[in-house]
Each structure stands twice: as C-alpha cells, then as structure tokens.
Design a protein around this ligand. Structure first.
Ligand code: GCB
Length: 587
C-alpha cells in the first residue's frame, strides 16, 4: 500500500492488525514469590484521540535527537509530557479528566545481556481497557479487559543495552466491550496497576492450583519448558511431592489434613513449587464452600454472609489502589461486623484477596458483565470469557474467594441466558471448588424473584432498591412471600443515596432518609429464611460521570462512608448493629 494511501483508510483498517487479543489467560505466568524489576515511575505520555499514533506508526519512531530527524513528526514519544505509572490519567492533569481514547506511554529499559537459559516476561497488573504493547518498534500483542493482569514474553525481543517499551492504552467505551458504553462507575483510563519485568529460568511455572479434595489436597500444575516433574512443598502439612508432568501439565492428590481456613481461623500454609530451575511460592488456605438447599455451607456449617459492596475508587488516585487503601477498607468492613465483601463490579487489585485471606474475610469476585452487554456478539463473549479465566487463574488459590460472579443486572433475554450460562459453566470448569452467582433482578411485574439464569448458578444474587428506585416499600415483603427459590439468595445490593456534605435535612438524598431505608430493609429481609447474606450498596461514595444533581455532584452517594473514606454516615451504625446481632446469634 502506498504510504499516501494510508490517509484514506478507515479507522478500523488501522486498528485491525493490532486487535489480536494475543495477550490473554493462556499467556499468563504464575507470579507468586517472583522478584521482578518494577517499571513503575515516570513515563513519557501523550493522549491521541484520533489514533494518529497507529496511522503514523509512532511506535516505530527511532529516538534520534530532533536535529537529526529527516522527517517532520507530530509527536515525539521520547520527549514532552510525562505521567507516573501506575496512574489514571484523569487524576494526573485536569485537562485529561474527561479524556476518552488512546494514550501512549513510552520509557527506556536498560537490559543486561540475556543470561543463557533465561526468559523474560513483562507483566501488567491492569490497564483500562485495550492495551497494545510495542518493544523497540515491534508490535508484541494486545490485551482486552480493564481489570485483569496480562503477560508478554520478551525473551527474543529485548536486546542488550537500551530498549524502548511503549503502550497504547485505549479506554473508549463501546457497545461491544465488557463492560459496554454505560456503567455506574467512572471510566478511568491508563496503566493503573504495576508493570514488572520478570526473569525466569528456561522452564516457567505458568500455574499452580491447590485445593481441598477427598483424600487430602489436589494440586494441578502447568509448566512451560522441558521439566519432566514439578516438586510441591507445603512444609506445614508435611507435603513434599514430585508431580510428573506430561505435555507441561501434572496433577496429584496428596494426603493431608489441614486446619481449615475460616473468618474465625484464617490459617494459611506456605507453599512452594519448583520445576527445572524455576520456583514460585504462595500462602494458601484450605476450606470448603458448598450450597445445600437454600444454605451456604462453609466447612460443612451454615454461614450467613454479613457483607458490604465496595468499588475500587479513590478521590485522589482514581482506580489506583494501594495496600494501605485495601487494609483501610477491610478495617471499615470489620468495624461494620462483616465476614464478607462483594468486590464490585470487576476484578480488584490482586492484593485484596491476599489480604482478605490473611484477615479472614470472605469475598465475592466478579467480572464486568454489567447491564446490557452485546450478548449475541461472539467477540464480546470471547472477551468476557477471557476476563473470567484471567481472574480465576489469578485468584483461585485464595481461600477468601468463595463466589465467582458472572454478571450484574442483565436483562433476561435468550442471548443473555446463553452467554451467562456459558460463563457460569466456564467458572465451574476452571474451578469446581467455588460457588457461582450473578446479581439478578426482581420481576417487578410479577413481584417475584424470577430469572432464568438462577437454575445455572449456585447463589442467586439479588439487587433490589425498595425505598429508593422502587418507592412502594410494601412490595418487598410481597416479593419475599411470593418467592420460593430452591437455592440461597444473597441481597447483592440495596441502599440509598445520602449526601453528608450538602444533603437536605429530610427526604431523598438526606442522611435521615438513607438510615430509614436501611432500617426498613433490615426489618423486611430478616424474615426471609432463604436470604443467606447481604452486601448493601456500598461502603464508600464513588465517582461517576452520570450522577450530576446538586447532591451527587459527580458522585454516587450511596456510601455508608463519604468519599473521603473517613466520615461515617448514620446508616453505618444501623447496619453494624444488625450484623452484631446476627453474629451474637451465630456464636
Ligand atoms: C445498581 C448497580 C450499581 C449502581 C447502583 C446504584 O443496581 O448494580 O452499579 O451503582 O445500582 O447506585 O444505582
């Protein structure tokens, strides 16, 4: 194609070669216990609304000094503005607050000579949403999905000395993405979790999954490289076992009698796995989670999930999460009397489940199959399936995670049923040891819990806003009596906005009204014996573009705590009192 004809092509024609989705669940490596080189810090940065960078091949521009360049250029990836990685660009400069499109990140990486028999992998914790990776001008691959990690092997690409790493990250909302165009949380953009370079041996451990099984502990391992066996060590259980590998995969059931993990006894065991010269570690708990009739059983005993929903959002940092932020969230959840959290509406930072393991909190984890996804589109389905696989692979050694949720408030159409049943089945295939769920809706016409997906998931999540979006509160009681679900129901959301800064004294958006909704919800729900848990909406107020009335001002104000993550609203104490009562009854 003549260079000048490039200007005439449609946007999609520039994009197509780069939409490979070649960085996905299959290219992940297991990162536990590896020490890598952080590529966090200052990167050159430029927003690119028109995707000019792909047309003009910014990725192929060599870093000459300006005076040595033979052609004019519209952007210099090696000079100009900078941002920090990880970050969300919205939080870096005001002019980028509502920017939606592509942005380019560039930095140098000095590499030593490749040691013989070693490999190198670049790992990105998360980038919102479509992330294309280029190294030294070469396209390496792209990843879809704004909240799951991905990995690219750079063994053959990195050269000794100076290398250039470039990302083109696009956060444009489109109908075919997961989530699609419309959400009730802020559309942050950028590389907002850590970027790390790992050096491994020739054999690389891609995955290790351990869980309780009849007779002890089942271990499944996946290795890429010539090793014929992997050696699993769990010293606390007296396990040291060689697991033979065939085609890179191996599995064994090892006799063991671990102390079981629970919120009261969050016991964890150190684990290491070696294959060839590669070695990874983890800290894992063992417990069972099942449903029987309308009960949820933890280690064989009925449990009530005293929960709260939470987003990953911060007034100053956006979607960037620190360990301190996660710990504060869990401190607040414990103050509320929670034994459980719903991590809405997408995979949160991987530290969240690690810390929940340690503190003894159960978790619902979720993929952003939110509202009206393009359910009939095979590419959308591939994207959702891949995000689910990436989440499960990342977190399936976490005892805290008890539920994989495959979606939130999706219309009960045939295409949706097929799509989401497929996701629920995929979750079971990837991990038969946990429960599946989805946040479903009430049938408001029939005043009944009714959703065809319910037959295909273990726990019926139910979002209901009686007292808020549904003003006739009496109907909640009618729904309760009209429904006879054959499996447990968890109230995955309920709540009301309460503005602690400028809210009115009474009525909608007042703190009083929010408290009143909590009181009424608790009174009604406590009588429903198939309700086996709740995670009201939500722990903290969170930023969102679509909420613009004088009490919202760009925020969803349904938090029990304001967006400063400090100021508790009166409804906090109401829920805390109820949870304390439940905990006393359980003891
Ligand atoms: C919902 C959604 C949640 C919203 C919430 C609200 O049902 O699942 O994402 O933020 O309601 O506040 O309207």
């Amino acid at each position: 194609l003549a260079e000048n004809a490039l200007q005439c092509l449609h946007d999609e024609d520039y994009d197509r070669p780069f939409n490979t989705q070649s960085l996905n669940a299959d290219t992940m490596i297991f990162t536990g216990g590896r020490s890598g080189l952080s590529l966090g810090g200052t990167w050159n940065f430029c927003v690119d609304l028109l995707d000019t960078g792909l047309r003009q091949k910014w990725f192929a521009m060599t870093p000459e000094a300006p005076e040595d360049r033979a052609e004019p250029w519209d952007y210099d990836p090696y000079a100009g503005e900078t941002v920090q990685v990880p970050s969300c660009w919205q939080m870096q400069k005001e002019k980028w607050y509502f920017f939606e499109g592509s942005a380019w990140y560039t930095r140098a990486l000095e590499a030593g000579p490749p040691a013989p028999g070693t490999r190198r992998f670049l790992h990105v914790g998360a980038a919102q949403y479509d992330c294309k990776l280029f190294v030294n001008g070469q396209f390496i691959g792209n990843h879809y999905g704004g909240s799951t990690p991905f990995c690219a092997e750079l063994t053959e690409v990195l050269r000794e000395g100076r290398n250039w790493i470039m990302f083109c990250v696009n956060n444009t909302r489109t109908l075919d993405r997961v989530p699609m165009r419309n959400t009730d949380w802020f559309n942050y953009g950028g590389i907002y979790r850590e970027v790390t370079l790992y050096e491994t041996a020739e054999t690389v451990i891609r995955d290790v999954f351990v869980h309780l099984a009849p007779g002890g502990i089942r271990a499944q391992v996946e290795v890429d490289g010539p090793a014929a066996e992997a050696v699993l060590d769990i010293p606390g259980l007296g396990i040291r076992a060689a697991i033979p590998l065939s085609g890179g995969k191996g599995e064994a059931v090892l006799p063991a009698d671990p102390d079981l993990w629970s919120p009261d006894n969050p016991v964890l065991y150190d684990l290491s796995l070696a294959a060839g010269a590669d070695r990874v570690t983890d800290r894992v708990g063992f417990r069972s989670i099942e449903r029987r009739g309308t009960d949820i059983l933890l280690n064989g005993r009925p449990v009530f999930l005293r929960g709260i929903s939470v987003h990953e959002d911060d007034a100053r940092l956006g979607k960037v999460t620190s360990e301190a932020d996660i710990r504060r969230r869990f401190v607040h959840a414990k103050e509320l009397g929670c034994n459980y959290l719903r991590l809405a509406h997408y995979p949160h930072h991987e530290l969240a489940a690690k810390i929940a393991d340690e503190l003894g909190l159960m978790l619902w984890e979720e993929v952003p199959v939110y509202w009206a996804i393009d359910f009939a589109n095979p590419a959308t389905r591939r994207d959702a399936e891949n995000q689910l696989r990436e989440l499960i692979r990342r977190d399936r050694n976490r005892a805290s995670v008890i539920i994989w949720s495959v979606g939130n408030e999706n219309p009960d159409t045939d295409a949706r049923l097929d799509f989401m049943k497929g996701l629920a089945d995929l979750a079971k295939a990837e991990d038969p040891t946990r429960l599946t769920s989805a946040a479903c809706l009430v049938n408001h016409a029939k005043l009944k819990i009714e959703d065809r997906l319910a037959q295909h998931i273990d726990v019926i999540g139910l979002n209901e806003y009686y007292g808020w979006y549904e003003e006739n509160f009496e109907e909640l009681g009618i729904i309760g009596r009209n429904s006879a679900p054959d499996r447990p129901v968890v109230i995955s959301e309920t709540g009301a906005d309460g503005d602690s800064e400028a809210g009115p004294a009474r009525g909608l958006f007042s703190l009083d009204y929010q408290s009143e909704v909590y009181r009424k919800q608790i009174e009604t729900l406590r009588g429903l014996d198939y309700v086996k848990g709740m995670s009201p909406w939500i722990l903290y107020d969170f930023r969102v573009e679509r909420r613009q009335n004088p009490f919202q001002r760009g925020w969803n104000r349904k938090g029990l705590i304001a967006g400063d993550k400090q100021a508790k609203k009166p409804a906090f104490a109401i829920l805390a009192a109820y949870y304390a009562e439940l905990a006393r009854a359980e003891a």
